[in-house]
Design a protein around this ligand. Sequence first.
Ligand code: PLP
Length: 455
Amino acid sequence: MPDGGLAMPERYPQLAVEQIERWRGLDYRELAFAVLSLFIDDMPGPELAALIDRTYTPEVFRHVRAGDDRRAITPLHALEPGLHLLCLSGGPTLAFKDMAMQLLGNLFEYVLAARGASLNILGATSGDTGSSAEWALAGKRGIRVFMLSPLGKMSRFQAAQMYSLADANIHNLAVRGVFDQCQDIVKAISADPDFKAQHHIGAVNSINWARVAAQVVYYFKAYFAATRGAGEEVSFSVPSGNFGNVCAGHIARMMGLPIRRLIVATNENDVLSEFFSSGTYRPRAAAETRQTSSPSMDISKASNFERFVFDLVGQDPVRVRALWAEVESGRGFDLGASGEFSRVRDFGFVAGTSRHADRLKMMRDIWERYQVLIDTHTADGLVVGLAYREPGVPLICLETAQAIKFEDTVREALGFVPARPAEFSGLEDSPQRYEVIDADVGAVKAYIAQHDQPW
Ligand SMILES: *Cc1c(COP(=O)(O)O)cnc(C)c1O
């Protein structure tokens, strides 16, 4: 595991319908082991099983709706027959990033302890990756976290969740810029082998494959919860930014899970939905990235998208390298006129955009119709998902965060502030610790060098 991450297998594991059906009765931990052991082959089975058992517990993923079963880890909440929310945000930071990050934290600890090594983790966050990584790694020995976040662009709850962590191994760097600039700095440092080696740096972004593999698990879990028998189809709607979550759905589908549609929902930053409607992929510049009320999707350059395009162009690495040279140069590419683009539908993909007024209206509708409170990102998923809903095909909308993380927008939509679990009361008032820094690779390197002390 170089970087503490995982290389993706050359080919996706293939499962026949009967094999998939044999997993139907498994609980979350058993299913996670069944899926992850197809991707992780450099760790003894019993140790992987023990690590999974420690990770996916009802105590860690405890923030589920009253009435839902915590033991399911990712309970499926039926709004009405054939329309479900998949609750992925029961973890410590109330966002779906915990599903993978809690596992990664334990994997890192395992690998480092086995090697007697230490690691500096460098990441960029638009709001939820950072807190999720920090909560998974706070206080872990041999691991230091340097997390770049866009100064002033996250919700107050999101910022407080990161910046209030007091553990000495956590370093918050609040960058004067937008998320994509944070991500570019991480990429630039990751592309400097000397600096990386000198400071034992590994990345923990959506770029990291172990994360994607951990996310494949809940597509299977949800599939079993929403269907009764072999081969039945479901569709998933996925609030998307960096394309990590829906990429896991794509992998589950490539493995053989009967997924009819993968519905990519974006906010006003619609670079992905533009691609799926026209074939044009035109990453936006930092200045074009809009700050929205679903801030974890304020992304204009999706780091996991390359994986899907690789599959779309027939897994031709030379072609993907040429396309990404166009992306890196800022021009982007247009597959609209190519035969390849028409295959998008064979992969199940459709997409759409949800805007501020749409998401607020959806939050109100869901509250009035079902007395269920949803967050702004989940609302985007429902807006786009419902537009593609088909009779007879269960629609599963991924709930990627909890409403209390975006209190100001909930107040705007519903006129009241949701109650929060006691452990989060007064979070925004706790002391915060972060370093404001320019969007500059040199400045970030200097900070890391200065704080990379021997353990
Ligand atoms: C990260 C995040 C997303 C976007 O997920 P990607 O994997 O980046 O596409 C959506 N909603 C919330 C709440 C998130 O934290």
